[in-house]
Design a protein around this ligand. Structure first.
Ligand SMILES: [Zn+2]
Length: 67
């Protein structure tokens, strides 16, 4: 019982310190989770905010528009 409790605490602490961003990789054809530290926030020429990141699984550049 004690072991289960300590595991839950450990997982919660990990989530607090690491922000993950969901992006879609066109090459893997699935959603991948990228560490927020590796996500760049940019603007398109039309002033639309977007996210840019590299797929951790295949290295393909991914972009995602935000509202
Ligand atoms: Zn990929």
């Amino acid at each position: 019982m004690e072991k289960v409790l300590s595991t839950v605490k450990c997982v919660a602490g990990f989530k607090e310190n690491t922000i993950m961003t969901d992006m879609y990789c066109v090459k893997c054809k699935k959603k991948v989770t990228v560490d927020d530290k590796n996500v760049k926030r940019e603007m398109t020429v039309k002033g639309r905010p977007m996210l840019r990141a590299i797929c951790p699984q295949c290295g393909t550049k991914m972009t995602k528009f935000t509202k």
